[in-house]
Design a protein around this ligand. Structure first.
Ligand SMILES: NCCCC(=O)O
Length: 941
């Protein structure tokens, strides 16, 4: 098709036009562009822009196909009048082919839509120009946008076509060169973007720059929808030249339009500005608005490149105008017979190129200038807001200003109401002990130090006072010093890098803390244990019969504590020399806060070394043994209440307390661990240490302070001994005269007194037993009287040991002891172990029949008594032994004749010997008792 507009005296200048009129997707926009070109030609001619000339355009449909485009070109070259310039093509693929041919025809082409980066190449396409910017022209604008929203991690997805791969490559180069933006993934695909999108998701790309055609864009968003890569957490940045409502254009995916709309809602499109933002009157006299109205009036909508097409025609008109005004010969190739040859005229070609390079005018698409082949243009960002593309920002490359408040701009839409993050934000958070917790523990520790100092002052002030002197004040001082070290350790325990910035100091702190705690423990609790050991030592010696035990000297006790301290020091020095402690950051399991898209990686600061387990094991074992030993001593001496060791009870309590607290502290610190709950761990450990230390100090000193307050700080005028005996006046005199040795002697007296008491009671019991045995023996002597005795043994036997006519063995079972017997008309209950001597017994069958629980036994009855049973009481007649029969004296009871196995057989001689032995034994014990009593008196005095 060709148009020829000629009037009288007006020559015609021909230009060729290539449009994509019957393609798909973007290629459909050609009709609007063709209309824009035709309107432009009309307006150029109407304006008589080119003196003496009108422009006429013949055009062809390239269908956005390079082959069709080449064919169209040759059609125009060979079948149409010679053209001065070529308008088009739209599609870069077509333009590239044409642009490679045209230099051979000395023809300059001016594209209105081809944006391929490749076309910028002047060596390959020397006569190619365009009124649009190449895709790469938007790289600065994209960078500005990414930087504006602090999107530093970006994913790229591109179609494997030269137009997109070249643009993507250039963009990545630009981003890497001019920004700190990192491309987390750059994925290219041919047809199916599924795996590439998966990779982008895997790379956690949240901001994705896409370079692909409309058809592929629908596939991309369908896949993105399936993978949930849309919504408030994702931002897609695409090219801006798709036809409007492109997601609805073809139903060529397995996603519904609604799903696609959901997936692409909020995406940002980047394109060249295609209408003057000030709506200025252009070179044609039209404003952009008027131009749009005109297109609509002619039945076409305003497509992306229609304004540039209009402006391209005006650019050609302006070039021709210049040529005409400069009277360049043979402008109109139709006026010469050399039409064909003129295509080989490079002069005109160069002249056109030169004029184009300096062209500057205001077109519908804004101010037009060229830089090489490319239009210098402003970049615009549009956003899909619920299906409508709305302008959100403009970027001017000259001012490098990204303007979100430019004319027609609307606020950007964030689906989650906030700017999405470019990736899951990983925050490494050093978890520190809470400031309040640290302050509280520090204040309490300082309080502990102050209390310790007060106790120390008290101890020093009254160290010569008898009551304080008795409690080993020097060892108590060690307890105080140890406690102060423990308190200081607690203060240092809460220090971390927020408070102490210097890492060297922090490293030193690790060792200092370990030393303070270990040494403090040994001094404070070691002293307690040693004091307990002294008590234990004295009593075990006393109990083993060493009555004159030499008391452990305080210097020796002091030495023991020093040994503990030295051992700690040695262990720590070896530890620090061989495997120094240092502050190390330990990464803990991370937590995701989905709402904030933040991954928190907690880091704690820990004092550690290579073989922490070994060193801690040594210390734990050593301290554990010490604790066990202390607990053992405290238990063994739990009943000791000796004034001379006036705090022994409190020491015991302290030892239990320390042991319990230490075990709880170790267990809890291991259960809670050193995880994120650093504050909890710190609080638990510190609190337990504080409690046990303070408790120990208070148990040790408060009773002393109370006692001293009661006595007004003077020695008491009496001393209460453990026996409860108060030795007044005399004790004081004694103590005054023996002041040097007072404590040891008093203590020894106490101990001996206790030992004597114990021995006395043991001997008393022994004498009682012997006396009982003697009595029993005496009672078993054979009597010639009618009286007999009934002995109820503990095993329930009741036995008549002898009688003139017979012996009777009465078995009483366990249940029988509820029976009664009568002694001199007094009714008594038979109980186990009862011993009844010289009792007249009557057996009244009648009575027993009336009351089976009450029976009487008489010797006369016994003579003829058969074996009788009253309820559970069985009477057995034993073989009769003659009254004066010598046998009767020999045999009290014959086991062989008894049905009870525990009946004893004793001869008279045995009996007498046993009596003598018992009497001697009693005498010996009584003598021993007397000795002990005399000793006790000596010690009291
Ligand atoms: N720039 C829009 C059309 C695509 C192309 O240049 O082929």
């Amino acid at each position: 098709t060709a148009e020829n507009t000629t009037t009288d005296n007006i020559a015609t200048i021909y230009i060729g036009g290539l449009f994509s009129l019957n393609g798909t997707s973007f290629a459909k926009n050609g009709r609007s562009e063709l209309l824009a070109a035709q309107l432009a030609i009309q307006h150029v001619n109407e304006h008589r822009l080119i003196p003496g000339y009108n422009i006429t355009m013949f055009y062809n449909d390239t269908q956005c196909d390079p082959g069709v485009g080449a064919d169209a070109l040759f059609d125009q070259l060979y079948r149409k009048p010679p053209m001065v310039m070529l308008l088009g093509a739209a599609c870069s693929d077509v333009s590239k082919h044409i642009a490679q041919i045209l230099p051979f025809w000395n023809l300059v082409m001016l594209s209105y839509a081809s944006t391929s980066v490749a076309l910028t190449n002047r060596e390959e396409y020397p006569t190619f120009y365009r009124t649009v910017s190449p895709d790469s022209a938007h790289d600065p604008a994209k960078t500005a946008l990414l930087q504006y929203f602090k999107w530093e991690h970006v994913g790229v997805l591109f179609q494997d076509e030269e137009i997109f791969s070249a643009a993507t490559s250039k963009m990545i180069d630009y981003l890497e060169a001019y920004s700190n933006i990192t491309i987390v993934a750059a994925e290219g695909f041919v047809d199916d973007p599924t795996s590439q999108i998966a990779k982008l998701k895997e790379a956690d790309a949240r901001v994705i720059i896409g370079n692909f055609f409309e058809k592929e864009a629908r596939r991309v968003f369908c896949e993105a929808y399936k993978r949930g890569m849309y919504g408030g957490k994702y931002i897609w940045i695409l090219v801006g030249w798709y036809q409007s409502d492109w997601w609805m254009a073809d139903n060529d995916t397995d996603c519904t339009v609604e799903e696609l709309q959901d997936a692409l809602n909020g995406y940002i499109a980047v394109e060249s500005l295609n209408r003057d933002i000030q709506n200025r009157t252009t070179v044609s006299g039209l404003t952009p608005n008027q131009f749009e109205e005109l297109l609509i009036e002619h039945g076409e909508g305003l497509t992306t490149y229609a304004p540039q097409t209009y402006d391209a025609v005006w650019a050609i008109g302006l070039i021709m105008k210049t040529l005409s005004e400069e009277n360049v010969t043979k402008v109109n190739r139709t006026t010469s017979s050399l039409e064909q040859a003129q295509y080989r005229n490079s002069y005109l070609r160069d002249k056109i190129k030169s004029i184009l390079s300096h062209l500057s005018f205001v077109g519908i698409s804004g101010h037009i200038t060229f830089n090489g082949a490319d239009r210098e243009s402003i970049t615009v960002f549009d956003q899909n807001q619920d299906g409508k593309m709305k302008r959100i920002a403009i970027y001017n490359p000259l001012t490098e200003y990204l303007d979100f408040n430019a004319t027609d701009c609307v606020p950007i839409l964030w689906q989650d109401g906030k700017v999405p993050r470019d990736r899951l934000l990983v925050i490494e958070e050093i978890v520190h002990i809470d400031g309040i917790a640290f302050t509280c523990i520090t204040l309490m520790s300082i309080g502990g130090v102050l209390i310790s100092i007060l106790f120390l002052l008290f101890n020093l002030r009254y160290r010569n006072t008898k009551f304080i002197k008795l409690s080993s004040p020097n060892l108590n001082n060690l307890v105080i010093i140890g406690s102060i070290l423990v308190y200081l350790c607690l203060i240092l325990l809460g220090l971390n890098s927020t408070i102490v910035k210097n890492t060297t100091i922090l490293t030193v702190l690790c060792s200092v803390r370990a030393f303070l705690l270990a040494a403090g423990f040994s001094l404070a609790f070691g002293s307690l244990f040693i004091k307990t050991y002294r008590v234990y030592h004295i009593f075990t010696r006393a109990a083993s019969g060493v009555l004159r035990t030499k008391m452990l000297q305080e210097s020796r006790l002091f030495l023991m504590v020093t040994c503990l301290f030295v051992f700690d020091t040695i262990v720590l020095v070896i530890w620090i020399c061989m495997d120094p402690l240092h502050m190390k950051e330990q990464i803990l399991p991370s937590t995701t806060r989905d709402e904030d898209d933040i991954l928190y990686i907690p880091i704690i600061e820990q004092c550690t070394c290579n073989r922490m387990d070994i060193w801690l094991g040594i210390l734990y074992a050593y301290k554990g043994l010490l604790l066990l030993f202390g607990a053992f001593l405290a238990w063994e001496t739990r009943k000791v209440k000796i004034e001379a060791l006036n705090d022994s009870q409190y020491i015991g309590m302290s030892v239990y307390n320390v042991m319990l607290m230490s075990i709880i502290t170790v267990i809890i610190s291991n259960v809670i661990g050193t995880g994120q709950q650093v504050t909890t761990t710190f609080l638990v450990i510190s609190t337990f240490i504080l409690i046990s230390t303070t408790n120990t100090l208070c148990l040790l000193f408060l009773p002393k302070i109370y006692a001293m307050k009661r006595t007004g700080g003077k020695d008491r005028d009496h001393v209460t001994l453990s026996t409860g005996l108060e030795v007044k006046g005399r004790t004081r005199r004694f103590l005054c005269s023996e002041r040097q040795d007072f404590r040891e002697r008093l203590f020894r007296a106490e101990v001996q007194n206790r030992a004597f008491k114990k021995e006395l009671s043991r001997l008393d019991v022994q004498i009682n037993n012997l006396e009982e045995e003697l009595e029993e023996l005496l009672s078993t002597e054979i009597s010639d009287t009618d009286e007999t005795s009934l002995l109820v043994h503990s095993d329930g036997d009741a036995r008549f040991p002898a009688s003139t006519s017979s012996e009777l063995l009465m078995d009483i079972q366990e249940t029988d002891i509820s029976n009664y017997y009568e002694i001199e008309n007094q009714r008594k209950q038979i109980a186990t172990g009862d011993k009844i001597q010289y009792v007249k017994l009557e057996l009244s069958e009648k009575d027993s029949e009336n009351d089976p629980h009450i029976f009487k036994i008489s010797k006369s009855s016994l003579k003829s008594a058969p074996v009788r049973t009253f309820d559970n009481v069985e009477y057995t007649s034993l073989p009769t032994v003659g009254n004066n029969n010598s046998n009767s004296k020999k045999r009290i009871c014959d086991k062989t004749n008894s049905h009870k196995n525990n009946t004893h057989i004793l001869s008279v001689d045995d009996h007498e010997r046993e009596m003598i032995r018992l009497r001697n034994e009693i005498l010996r014990l009584q003598k021993q008792l007397a000795e002990l009593d005399s000793c006790r008196i000596v010690y009291y005095v």
